[in-house]
Design a protein around this ligand. Structure first.
Ligand SMILES: [Zn+2]
Length: 137
């Protein structure tokens, strides 16, 4: 594995379960047992009903592109090495949305509503990032 030089996410006690899930190639989100709210990113209490009765569930990893952008130039300095890259808001089947990179695809063929599926990129020994590629047909 070549050295990963892009910025890494900051792990917290709150997000540890999520990042441990990614490392095990499981995309996790939270669910409120009190009001059935689907929650992403990790929170201590439900933003809908303020309950602490949250559980972790595993997403199918399947969803669709809500919107995206492809950066060909003028990236922030920390991301120069990644150009070109695609960033998207993905809506997962379970109803939550997350920002991620689109990979394993021709950027010219990307479009909103395109079905995508999660892939896991172990960028360091500690950090695995969830990314998305066009779903297998
Ligand atoms: Zn709730």
């Amino acid at each position: 594995m070549s050295e990963y030089t892009l910025p890494l996410p900051v792990m917290t006690t709150l997000s540890k379960e999520y990042w441990d899930g990614c490392k095990a190639e499981r995309l996790l989100y939270q669910h409120c047992r009190n009001c059935d709210e689907v929650i992403f990113f990790p929170k201590y209490l439900c933003p809908n009903c303020m309950s602490h009765d949250l559980e972790w569930l595993q997403s199918s990893g399947r969803g669709k592109i809500l919107t995206f952008t492809v950066t060909y130039e003028s990236a922030p300095p920390a991301f120069y090495a990644a150009v070109p890259y695609a960033v998207a808001i993905i809506e997962l089947e379970e109803g939550f949305r997350m920002m991620s990179n689109l990979v394993e695809c021709d950027f010219e063929e990307l479009e909103c509503e395109m079905p995508v599926e999660v892939v896991f990129d172990a960028v360091t020994d500690e950090v695995t990032l969830p990314k998305f590629r066009p779903a297998a047909k």
